[in-house]
Design a binder for this molecule. Sequence first.
Ligand SMILES: [Zn+2]
Length: 502
Amino acid sequence: MRLALIHIAQETNDFNPLPTTLADYEAFGLVEGEEIARQFREIGQIGGHYAAVKDSGLDIETIPIIRAFAVAGGRISREAFDFFQAKIRAGLEMAGPIDGLVLQLHGACAAEGIDDVEGEQVELCRKILGPDVPILLGLDHHANVTHKIMANCTAIVGHRTQPHDVFDTGKVGTEVLLRILTEKSRPVMAWRKIPLLSHQEQFLTSKGPMKVWFDRARSIEADRRVLQASNYPMQPWLDVAEGGWSTIVVTDGDQALAEKLADELADLAWSMRDDFQVREAVSIDDAVRRADAAERGMVVVSDTGDTVFGGAAGDSNLLLESMLRLGIKSKALIPLISPKAVATLTEAGEGAEVTLPLGGDAATAFFKPLTVTGRVRKLGGGSIALNFNHQPEVDMGRVAVFDVGPVTLLISELRGVAGNVPDVYEAFGIDLSEYKMAVLKTASNFQYFDRLASGLVRADTSGPGQSDVFTLPWQRIPRPVYPLETISDWRAHSSQPGAGTR
Ligand SMILES: [Zn+2]
C-alpha cells in the first residue's frame, strides 16, 4: 500500500498586519521528500503518521511530499500560497499511483486575497487524485471548516485536546485512513456550521464547557459505526467569509446517523454559548500586582492580546509599562519581538547601557513605543534546541537579552516560540529560579512552563489576540454571529447546514 503524506500549517490572525512569508516557515523547518522522515519521524503529525503505520503491521510505503509549519501570524503571502500549491501539485504528480493521501493542514489559514487556503489546497489534491483516492484531512480544531473543505476530502479528524496533541492527530488520522482502506468502510460526513465566536479563555479542553463538548465527541466515537466526531471552536481572530464554529461527524455509511449526531453536537455547543464567553482575565495592573505579591514564583502572566501562538506580532509593551510604573519588587521575564531593537542593541554590544523605544513595531493600532533605559546582558541567536511538540529546534533570528530594572527582556528578530518555552531563556544562560513572574504570549499553551509555574494570571491586554472580541475590526465574518449579535436560534443563521458526502 502506498500513502502520500503532506503537512502544511499556519494559523492566521487577521488583526496582525504583518504578512507571514516563506521565511517564517523556514524558521520552523520547511522540508521536502525523504528529509521529512529523517527529521520528523518521532514528532508532530508526521511522527503520529509513522507510528500508526508501524502499529498497523501492514506493508505500507509512505511518500512524504512536504512539511511546512509557521507559527501563527498575519495572512500568508500570495507567494507562499502559490509556492505550496506548486509543491502539492508536483509532489502528487511525481508520487505515482497512491492508495490514499494523508493531508495534515491547519484549517484556519488565510492568504492575501484568499480566505480559505485549506479549501484551495484540498480541492487541488482532489483534482489531481480524482474522485476515488481517499483523502484523509487532519485539522487543528481551531479551524474554520468550509464548504470547499467538506466537498473535497473523504474524512476529517481534528485535534482532540487543547493544548494540542499534534502527534495524536497524526496517528488518529492515519488510523482512520487505514480503516477506510483495509475494512472497506464507506465514510460519509455530516457537518454543522454554528454562528458562534468566543475568546480563548475557555478554550482548554480539560475544564469548563469545552471539556463537556469534547467529551461528548469522544463518547459518540464509542459507537463502532462512528469513524470520527470532531468539534471546531474556530480561533477568534480569523475574519473570513465563512467564519464560525463547526462540528463534523464521520460514520461508516450511515448518513442519517451522522446528521443526527452532528445536530446533537451543534445543539450542545449552542446550549453552552454563554459559558464559552466567561472571562477570567483581570486588568493589567491587577495581574502584575497579583503576580508580584504571590508567595512564591513563578507566576505565569498570560498576555492574551499579544498571543504569538494566536498569531499576534509579539510587540506589546503593555505589561512592561505596568511593571515599570508600579515598581515591582520581584523579577520578571518578558519576550518581545523587534528586529529594530535587536539591531540597536547588537550594535551597542554586551554590557552597554542603552536608551531606546520598545514595542509597537507591528501592531501599531494597539501599541505605542515606550522609551526605556537598560543594559545589554547577552547577544546571540540562531537555531535554538527546545522541548516543543512540533519540532526539536526553532530559529529565533538574532536575540538580545536586555535588563530594564527588574525586567529581563528576551528580544528576538523572529517570533519563533516567543518566550512560551522556557528552554529559550535557558539557552541564553538565564537562571529562571531568580524570577517571580513570566509573561507568556499565549492564551492557552502554558504547558511548557508546568515544571516551573506556581500559578496563572490572565491579563486583560489589548492586541490582535485580545479577549474583547467585540471591538476587533471585523469585516468579513458572516453576520449575525453570537455574541457580536444576540441570536437565539443557531439554525436560522447558520451559513450551512448541509451534508458532505463522498
Ligand atoms: Zn489550535
